[in-house]
Design a binder for this molecule. Structure first.
Ligand SMILES: [Zn+2]
Length: 205
């Protein structure tokens, strides 16, 4: 029955995220991660469109024209950048050509949710690639889909810095850095400084 297979798929992912979040000290987020996938609204759709080779959300999209499960999911789970898409403040734009109307934009995500998003991406890559997974996998996936992300520039810089560090230095060092530096507020959460830190990853010591 698809219900059992779908349950195993989401639980396998949830357990990996749980382990990752505990390594970086995000205990509560690790426990609560993606809990809404077990709600009837998301779970029933997940079973109905279970394929095994593609996400049920995509299958639902192709069938209905939109994914009710995803819309429900991204509105409740703050580790998704889509949760943080909202109207931008028009006054921030120079040469306001919007006639006072605000465009949609990515808001600056709180640091703890950016870190949960990283663990989510690492876990999804591990599940998907199995023994082909390497420390570069999450970065490679990100690079393939970055073009259509609506994401705040500081948030993007932090995510890119951490993905790059993971690819260069590995999971143990990166997760320890996240736990003791990033989540302790010791790393500037600002594009220019983060881009400089990212470039420094490649300077031989
Ligand atoms: Zn999620």
């Amino acid at each position: 029955m698809n219900a059992w297979k779908h349950f195993c798929t989401i639980t396998r992912h949830k357990n990996l995220v749980l382990a990752g979040c505990f390594k970086i000290g995000l205990y509560k987020q690790g426990l609560l991660h993606d809990l809404s996938k077990y709600s009837p609204t998301e779970f029933i759709v997940g079973c109905k469109y279970y394929k095994g080779y593609m996400s049920p959300n995509n299958a639902e999209r192709m069938d209905r024209g939109y994914s009710s499960a995803w819309l429900h999911h991204k509105g409740r789970n703050k580790h998704h950048l889509e949760y943080w898409i909202d109207y931008d403040i028009p006054s921030k734009k120079n040469g306001d050509d919007t006639n006072g109307h605000s465009a949609m934009a990515g808001m600056k995500m709180p640091i703890n949710y950016v870190c949960e998003m990283l663990v989510d991406r690492v876990s999804a890559s591990k599940n998907y690639l199995k023994d082909k997974y390497t420390d570069r996998s999450a970065l490679e996936y990100y690079n393939r889909s970055i073009d259509h992300y609506l994401i705040n520039e500081d948030t993007r810089a932090l995510l890119e810095y951490l993905l790059e560090m993971l690819a260069v230095k590995g999971e143990k060092e990166t997760y320890s850095y996240i736990k003791h530096q990033v989540l302790k507020g010791k790393v500037p959460y600002e594009k220019q400084k983060l881009d400089a830190l990212k470039d420094a990853l490649h300077v031989p010591v």
